[in-house]
Structures are given as C-alpha cells and as structure tokens.
Design a protein around this ligand. Structure first.
Ligand SMILES: [Zn+2]
Length: 355
C-alpha cells in the first residue's frame, strides 16, 4: 500500500468528492480533502439498531472502530479520529447503489449475506447512505479480482451514518422483517429518512433483474444448518460401516453436510462430504436413500453405498469432525448415535441387504 501525500505526488484531487472513487488507484491511500458520500449495507437487529452503528447502547464502541480502521488503513499517518455513536470506521463504502446491489447479489449467491436465521444475527437488511472522512484506501487489484471488493469501492478511515435508509420488508427467501421494526429503527436513528423496499435488491432507481439464487450453506428457520437441507451417505466396506463423530454434539453419524444450492444433486453433496470429512474418494452407485424430515420442512437425505476405500488413516480434524471409524451393525448399536440417523438406520440397513 503506497501512501499518496501532497508532497510525494502532487496529483490534483477531484473537485467532486465522488471523484475519489476513481482518483484512488488500487493499492493507494490518500487523505480525503472533502467528505465523500457513499453507500453501505447493514443488518438490522430486532431492537432497531444497525450492526456497526452501536446506537442505543450506553456507550460507544471505539475499540471496534479502531480495530477495522487499523486493519484497513495500514497504520495511517494521521491521529485516530474521535469515535462516536454515528461512526463505523475503517469500512468499505461504495459509490453508487447499483454497484452495491450487484455486490449484495454476489454475496447472497456465495452464502455470505442472506442468512436470516443466523444465531444473534440481523433480523432484516438495510442499505444506508454514509459519509467518509480522513484517509481512504483502494484495495490492491489482485484482491479486487478475488471478489474481495466491488468496483468503485474504497475503504475509509472514518465513516458516519448519512440520512437515507432503504429498509427491506423481507429477505430474498421471503422471510419477513419483524413487525414494528421500522418504528424501532426510527427511535434509534431519528435523523434517518426510512424508505421501505420489498427486498434489498429492489431499490428505486436501480434496475431490478431478479432475486439472487441463494446459496444453501446458511442456517434454516428450524435452527438446523442448510437452507436446502442436507445429505450424507452410510458407506459400507465389507461388513463394516463408516461413521464420523460430530464436534457439535459428540454423536456418531454419517459424513454429510448442507446442500450448496436448491438444484444440487444431494448425492453430489453426500460424495463431497465423504471426501472432505472421511477421505472416501470412490463409492458404488447408491442402492437407494432414506429421508429424515425435521420440523419446518428441513430434510436430510442419507444414501446407502459401498466403498473399497479405507477412509481416514488418522482421525480427521476438520472442525466439524472429531473422530471416525468403521463399525459392524452390532458395534453401531453400542455407539451414541445421532437420533436422526438412528431413526433411519433400519431402513438404510435394509437397502444394503438387497445388494
Ligand atoms: Zn469510529
């Protein structure tokens, strides 16, 4: 990151403050001579407060501001700004709403944005106008291409809440914002002009294409992981079955995980999870599958298949799995099995008996 200063490189700063988005070359940092207007998206909490703008608390959170300011600004030569209730510093700001909406679509498709059921997460989404001051930086080109930042996006030393908010009525999957949320936002931020929009992708003046194709690796309303449910496989090698032990509840179950999209073939999910969680690379075609139906429509499909792979040589430790092993049918009954798996186990074993 180079520092562009008046003395080192006397480039002409833009007369229109919005010109700073183009003025900063990727990898550059410069002082903003005028406050720069921009847009950001923010989750909204049940109590009407915006993530990053800690309104309604007894004190400000300058530590959070300082952390991201230091992260993005690479030790700017200026003294730290005074943080207050209306700032969220060291964050990305985007020049126009169209760019922001397409960036949000990108995030939603990649499981990094549309997640209404995230524990302690936002209950609605919003777009707010902001003003940036202090130093600003444009991320180096290679990081932009990697999908880190959208076009016309800069990181600004101090960011203050502006006067306009677009508050979504619903998430892209149809989950509505809570009743009375708009009033609570108004109480917290009396100076904001709030416009309701159907979703965050339907903002006046921005051409609406369609709602994003939402990724599956997020929380479901049932409190289970996987917007489109999950899939796994009970794999047999000779007379033994492969089970993994889950970190979250210590129970034994099949390797498995969330379906990545609405259209994914669950067998592909099951095979990918067997590779990742248990190092199984080849299997027979499945002999069939069972489906466990949970509350709120969540489902988990388990396939029955054979493998000749030996699986994990040592205990896999990928964060979700703490142990793995091969067990006979009799062994399995002595294990602390995942209740959902235990429910479908007789049906699964019957599929093997036919083959
Ligand atoms: Zn701040």
């Amino acid at each position: 990151m180079n520092i562009v200063s008046w003395n080192v490189e006397p480039r002409r700063h833009p007369t229109d403050p919005s010109g700073y988005y183009e003025f900063l070359e990727p990898g550059e940092m410069a002082p903003l001579l005028k406050p720069v207007p921009g847009w950001r998206f923010h989750g909204v909490r049940e109590d009407g407060t915006l993530f990053n703008f800690p309104r309604g608390r007894t004190s400000t959170d300058p530590a959070t501001c300082e952390k991201s300011r230091a992260l993005f600004m690479f030790s700017p030569p200026a003294p730290a700004p005074e943080h207050d209730l209306d700032c969220s510093c060291g964050v990305r700001v985007v020049k126009d709403l169209g760019t922001l909406v397409s960036y949000m679509r990108h995030l939603a498709t990649n499981n990094r944005f549309e997640d209404p059921f995230l524990p302690h997460g936002p209950t609605a989404l919003s777009v707010v106008s902001v003003t940036g001051t202090g130093y600003a930086a444009a991320m180096p080109e290679h990081r932009v291409r990697g999908g880190k930042d959208p076009r016309d996006c800069i990181r600004v030393e101090q960011v203050h809440l502006g006067s306009t908010m677009y508050l979504a009525q619903a998430w892209a999957d149809g989950t509505p914002a809570p009743d009375g949320l708009e009033d609570r936002v108004r109480e917290q931020y009396p100076d904001l002009t709030i416009h309701r929009v159907p979703t965050i992708y339907q903002i006046p003046g921005v051409p609406f294409i369609r709602l994003p194709e939402l990724g599956g690796e997020v929380w479901h309303s049932s409190g289970r992981y996987g917007r489109y449910g999950g899939a796994g496989a009970l794999l047999r090698r000779e007379d033994k079955f492969l089970l993994i032990r889950r970190r979250d509840n210590g129970c034994w179950s099949v390797p498995g995980g969330a379906n990545a999209s609405r259209d994914v073939d669950p067998w592909e999910t099951a095979r990918a999870e067997a590779r990742e969680e248990a190092h199984i690379h080849s299997t027979s075609e499945p002999y069939g599958s069972t489906v466990w139906h949970g509350e709120d429509g969540w489902t988990f499909r388990t396939y029955a298949a054979d493998t000749t792979d030996t699986g994990p040589r040592r205990t896999p430790r990928n964060g979700e799995v703490i142990d793995a092993g091969w067990f006979t049918e009799t062994d399995m009954h002595d294990l602390d099995l995942m209740p959902e798996f235990e429910e479908v186990l007789p049906e699964l074993l019957a599929l093997f008996e036919e083959n």
